[in-house]
Design a protein. Sequence first.
Length: 94
Amino acid sequence: MMLVLCATATGAGDEWMSAIARRDLPAIERLLAQGNQDVNRAAKGGKTALMLAAGAGREELVGKLLAAGANVNSANTRGGTALMYAATHGDPKT
């Protein structure tokens, strides 16, 4: 029984990471709505869901991620933050 629960939790985390790696914002939003996601978990290169949402100008998703506890100060491996992603996109709402 314990192994099944661990496998399920790992599978959910893998789906979250896969969605971030694919830059699949609809999947990120769906998984976030399901709950139990580590919103600060980063994909390869240190990118978080918040960085991707900010860079894509997805204001509503940015708000949901922040409400879920996303760390606005997290930086990727090159020092880029969600604010930098938003500035690059040029959308003042994010």
